[in-house]
Every structure is written in structure tokens, then in C-alpha cells.
Design a protein around this ligand. Structure first.
Ligand code: ZN
Length: 157
């Protein structure tokens, strides 16, 4: 496994549409492992493949309940709304208010080619929406309400 370089806002690759994954090759498995390692290293809640420069429809998420790997994720239900602070590993040190659905269902394939439908609320719903938008070249800064603010890192005890 390896830590991959995270592309930052302004990099044109973040604005491109990612392609569906047709086959889970050994190279895809390595990419997924590297994405998970990179997300944990950078202390992110999620990471999408275009953020490491690969235009494939793969996202990884961990809101603290263990890793989720979603290949070709597609939102099939969106309900309610929530407004809260959101950040992105491609926009380091910043956060801003974003309104998202509060309750979603996402359909996706895992790394073994099995299909799943997962319901997510609150932070998980936010993370799913945020990461899926990366696959269409969208960033949260496009829909932020009231601008970005600096995030002060928590002091380590
Ligand atoms: Zn992001």
C-alpha cells in the first residue's frame, strides 16, 4: 500500500467526469487500498479516486464505523435536508456550510463485485453526497453558503 498524492482545488483533473469501473482488476484493488491508506493518513472522512488523479468511479468513506468502498456509486433516494460544516482533502485547512440531503440510499458495487444498497443519514449521507459529486467533477466549494473559513487543527493532548 502507498500514500497517494492528493490533488488540490485548481487541478483540472478534479473538474473532470470519472468513468465507470467495468472490471475489478488487481490494479483497481491496489488503487482502493491506497485510497484507504491515504484517507486515514490525511484524517479524512472520505476520498474519491479523482482526488488521487484517477478518473474512475470509486470512493472510500469512513465516518468512524469502519471503511466503506463504493464502486460506481449511484444515489437512488435523497430525502430531507441538513446544513452543516463540510471540508475536503482537496481544499485543506478550510471548511464551509453546505446543505445536503439528510437521508440517502446509495447503490454500489464492492471490491468483490457484489452489489449493495446502503441507507445513510446525517454525516454518512453528507459524505456519500460529497464523494459522489467528486465523480462528476463537482466540489463543495461550488455550493458553499457564506464562504469558506479556516479550520484550526485540534491541539493534541
Ligand atoms: Zn472532497
Amino acid at each position: 500500500m502507498a500514500i497517494r498524492n492528493v490533488r488540490l482545488e485548481g487541478d483540472p483533473i478534479l473538474r473532470k467526469k470519472s468513468k465507470e469501473v467495468k472490471e475489478i482488476t488487481p490494479k483497481i484493488r491496489v488503487l482502493i487500498d491506497d485510497m484507504l491508506e491515504t484517507m486515514y493518513e490525511k484524517e479524512g472522512v472520505g476520498l474519491a479516486a479523482p482526488q488521487v488523479g484517477i478518473l474512475k468511479r470509486i470512493v472510500v468513506i469512513d465516518i468512524g464505523d469502519g471503511p466503506l468502498v463504493m464502486i460506481n456509486p449511484r444515489l437512488v433516494r435523497e430525502e430531507g435536508s441538513q446544513t452543516g460544516d463540510e471540508g475536503c482533502l482537496s481544499v485543506p485547512g478550510k471548511a464551509g456550510q453546505v446543505t445536503r440531503p439528510n437521508d440517502v440510499t446509495v447503490r454500489y458495487m464492492d471490491e468483490d463485485g457484489e452489489y449493495y444498497e446502503l441507507d445513510g443519514t446525517e454525516l454518512l449521507a453528507r459524505a456519500i453526497c460529497h464523494e459522489c459529486e467528486h465523480l462528476d467533477g463537482k466540489l463543495y466549494v461550488d455550493i458553499v453558503e457564506g464562504g469558506l473559513h479556516d479550520v484550526v487543527p485540534e491541539e493534541e493532548e
